[in-house]
Design a protein around this ligand. Structure first.
Ligand code: URA
Length: 444
């Protein structure tokens, strides 16, 4: 296998020989293929895609690059997980995993770090003092047995090829590709040995694949990969034409997740969390209908039971849950600056992608693979799409460190808000559609 020949084939839009492709992927893990060659290949895939056979080779190589979780090492019960295709302010996994565990599911969640302009669950969790996402499989199973949910990243043992490709795609603008997203998500989830999987496929300008048609094609591809390997997948298409919730940035998003787990927090975050929990309960056979699942999820958020489960998971993974009761302990930014409306009018749009890249520039994301991120950096949004604002009213508050970075972030955040005479649209419905191999229904 000659890497540059294989890259040239993909650049020319040709189909790659399966054996050559396997050797190229294995070569990336054993050092025969270097980062620059893989980045060039990934960019060629972004332009020319992968055929069905090539996608199957990629998914298979990604799963086989590591181990699959042993269900006998975990507790009994339906194993169900959820994964999002990536959004801005999307902290749903944080309340959802303990909520689903409280509902009776076993949730062995393998998550990712920030990707492109979107934030990652692992980076958010690591803003909790002491929280360890890099734990051994043995410990992961012990946490799962104790709390019903555990959250880790790709490791040397689980989906190592996704781990390497994911970090490279993050900094080379090679995320937005249907086959690459499909393989990345489905390899991790298939390695979890699940009974059911719910996917939150984002639609809108903040999603990697923005249009409803692209998002639907992505959802269908992932449902098909699941079906071909015996995993029932349900995909929910949800809005990402604006950020989810009010907080964007790691520590701030953990705070907001705790609000949601306490039965409060922004309505959109709560509604999506409840909807996905209901889908998971249906997939795991724990609810006879979505309505029944929604009712159970709402009750467990309101009672504080899901919050208590979250605190147990935080402790089990080495974190200090003291911040939940005291409101102190998460890393706080030294500087907080309001961004004021330059004119009166109606908030016509809050561009998620602009906010996501502003967070990267503020230190809350990576521009190099080995970079540490600043868990204090972020934005708290003070107004929503459709709301009337006076000139000088705070639109958002920037949290961060360093005068230059803060000033740049203030400009970027101001640019993300569009204030107009009137809002020409209310935006996408929060939940647009659901798809599965057995049924396909359109909502909203
Ligand atoms: N989430 C993943 O795990 N991978 C992607 O490529 C996109 C979102």
């Amino acid at each position: 296998m000659i890497p540059q020949r294989l890259i040239a084939s993909k650049r020319a839009g040709e189909e790659i020989d399966p054996a050559e492709f396997r050797s190229f992927l294995a070569g990336y893990l054993d050092g025969r293929v270097e980062d620059s060659q893989m980045a060039a290949f990934l960019m060629a895939v972004c332009f020319n895609g992968l055929g069905d056979k090539e996608l199957a080779v990629l998914v298979d190589a990604m799963i086989r690059s590591g181990e699959s979780l042993d269900r006998d090492a975990g507790p009994p019960g339906p194993r169900v997980d959820k994964h999002s295709t990536g959004g801005v302010g999307d902290k749903v996994s944080l309340p959802l995993a303990p909520l689903a565990a409280e509902m009776g599911m076993v949730v062995p969640m393998i998550s990712g770090r920030g990707l492109g302009h979107t934030g990652g669950t692992l980076d958010k969790l690591e803003s909790i003092p002491g929280f360890e996402t890099r734990i051994s499989l043995e410990r992961f199973h012990a946490v799962l047995r104790d709390t019903g949910c555990a959250m880790i990243g790709q490791t040397r043992e689980i989906a190592p090829l996704d781990r390497r490709l994911y970090a490279l795609r993050d900094v080379t603008a090679t995320v937005a590709s249907l086959p690459l997203i499909t393989a990345s998500i489905m390899s991790k989830k298939l390695a979890e040995t699940l009974d059911g999987l719910v996917l939150d496929v984002k639609v809108g300008s903040g999603a990697f694949l923005s249009s409803a048609e692209e998002a639907r094609a992505l959802a269908e591809a992932m449902v098909r990969v699941g079906a071909s390997r015996g995993l029932e997948v349900t995909a929910v298409l949800s809005a990402m034409d604006r950020p989810l919730g009010r907080a964007v940035g790691h520590g701030l998003e953990v705070e907001e997740a705790v609000e949601c787990l306490s039965g409060g927090g922004p309505e959109d975050l709560r509604e999506l969390t409840v909807e996905l929990a209901a889908e998971m309960a249906l997939a795991g056979g724990l609810a006879a209908s979505l309505d029944e699942g929604r009712g159970a999820a709402e009750a467990l958020l309101a009672s504080g039971a899901a919050l208590e489960r979250f605190c147990r998971m935080v402790s089990a993974q080495g974190g200090d849950p003291g911040f939940v009761a005291s409101g102190r302990g998460l890393p706080a930014a030294p500087l907080q600056r309001p961004v004021l409306a330059a004119r009166a009018g109606v908030v016509a749009a809050v561009e998620p992608r602009e906010l996501g890249y502003a967070l990267v520039a503020l230190g809350g994301g990576r521009t190099r693979q080995d970079q540490e991120i600043d868990p204090r950096a972020g934005f708290r949004l003070e107004v929503q799409v459709g709301q009337e604002v006076e000139e000088g009213r705070p639109l958002a508050v920037v949290h961060g460190a360093g005068e230059d970075r803060i000033a740049a972030a203030e400009r970027a955040v101001a640019g993300a808000f569009r204030i107009a005479e009137s809002a020409d649209t209310d935006g996408l419905p929060l939940i647009l559609e659901r798809l599965s191999a057995s049924e396909n229904s359109r909502l909203g």
